[in-house]
Design a protein around this ligand. Structure first.
Ligand code: GDP
Ligand code: MN
Length: 386
């Protein structure tokens, strides 16, 4: 789950990270009132689950309450398009109105999970305020890292080393180590999967402040991070992902290709994606129905997949263990009958009750592309998608 910047900053502040003064507003008048409270010179920032808001027109400087009202009027209600959102963008329902910072330097700081190391890693760079992917590609020597070994935890010397490496020495060393340590504490206490401050700002009067904040929380932690999960903003999430979650249909993930995939189990999902890519195609999404064992669940799942306008062909790839392939087959036939998937549909069933499953497909009289093997299924799906 992603937090908005204002939510992330409140969380960081709780862990001792200095953030600018400010509040969130949902109307231009509210934004003007906050700006007046802050003395007029403010920055008005679109609250949407994306980075790159600055370049997309979602971050505006204002020098008076009236300018702040105007900036908020421009931003609230907009569909914010950035390099991270895709062409349809994200709706903006609120703005964060904050005191303007006098920027001397911008740095980058984050904590992410390093899957290959099997532990979180703190990343710091003196090249802040820009895309960290670009920095990593063009000037990798500007990226500094420290792994957090869970058996001993994040160490003070690691924070100091990162501070020194990014030029935060002298009077800035203490506040820098405090800020880095605070970010790590917030990440650990909240079951974070990503926490990023880009930029950390050194102000002209020598203060260190988190000018931006991005925070993602591990969805598996919802049972023990209730307070944070109450802040979830569904308007920022893919409609079909939300629909799948609400229907208890396991995991729906939107991707950018053109083959819709109904699978069961995370391993089979990954292998199916790989097989499609190997055949020169690309998945539009996948829905992992897990052990869903009713035709209705399969119909609901295929409805979600079929409604994705990017889907040119559907691949049903099910290995029946606990899931029964005859029930899956009934669901596929029913979804076709109801016209929920009008795209060409490749079906590959294996495992529990497969004879019964295939018989249901055969006797349905519905046009389906059958495949026995994995590679064959992927290849036929790629072909069907054109
Ligand atoms: P993002 O584009 O979504 O990452 O949004 P940011 O919050 O990082 O804002 C983008 C850029 O706007 C920052 O890198 C800064 O250069 C600028 N910016 C943000 N807040 C302030 C501020 O208080 N004062 C000034 N002068 N610039 C700011
Ligand atoms: Mn930023």
């Amino acid at each position: 789950m992603k937090l908005h910047e204002y939510q992330a900053k409140a969380l960081l502040a709780k862990h001792g990270v200095p953030v600018p003064q400010g509040r969130v507003a949902t109307t231009p008048d509210e934004a003007a009132a906050i700006a007046a409270e802050l003395g007029g010179k403010v920055v008005v920032k679109a609250q949407a689950h994306t980075g790159g808001r600055g370049k997309g027109g979602g971050v505006k400087l204002a020098n008076s309450a009236d300018e702040a009202r105007q900036a908020a009027a421009d931003i609230i209600g907009m569909q914010l398009v950035t390099h991270q959102t895709g062409p349809s963008g994200l709706p903006v329902h609120s703005v964060l109105v904050e005191e303007q910072l006098d920027i001397e330097r911008e740095l980058y700081l984050s904590v992410v999970i390093d899957n290959s190391a099997g532990m979180p890693v703190v990343i710091a760079s003196a090249a802040g305020g820009m895309d960290i992917e670009e920095v990593a590609a063009n000037t990798p020597e500007q990226i500094h890292q420290a792994r957090i070994d869970p058996t001993v935890g994040f160490q003070g010397f690691q924070a100091r080393a990162l501070a020194f490496a990014t030029g935060l020495d002298g009077d800035l060393l203490r506040p820098a180590t405090a800020l880095i340590t605070g970010l790590v504490r917030a990440f650990e206490a909240s079951d974070g999967s990503l926490a990023e401050i880009n930029p950390v700002v050194v102000t002209k009067d020598g203060k260190l402040v988190a000018a931006d904040a991005k925070f993602n929380i591990d969805d598996n932690a919802d049972f023990r991070q209730k307070e944070l999960f109450e802040q979830r903003d569904r308007s920022q999430e893919d409609d079909r992902e939300v629909e799948a979650q609400d229907a208890g249909l396991g995991n729906y993930v939107k991707l950018d290709g053109d083959i819709g995939c109904l699978v069961n189990g995370a391993g089979l999902a990954m292998a199916t994606m790989d097989a499609i890519m190997f055949q020169g195609g690309a998945p539009a999404n996948f829905l992992d129905i897990g052990t869903a064992n009713s035709p209705e669940a399969v119909v609901a799942a295929l409805k979600i997949i079929g409604a994705d306008p990017d889907v040119k062909a559907v691949l049903v790839n099910i290995f029946g263990g606990l899931a029964r392939t005859d029930i899956i087959a009934e669901g596929v036939v029913e979804a076709k009958r109801q016209g929920l998937i009008d795209q060409p549909t490749v079906v590959r069933l294996a495992g529990t009750n497969v004879e019964a499953g295939l018989k249901i497909l055969d006797e349905s009289g519905i046009e389906l592309i059958r495949a026995d093997g994995f590679a064959e299924a992927a290849q036929k799906a790629v072909q069907a998608a054109g």
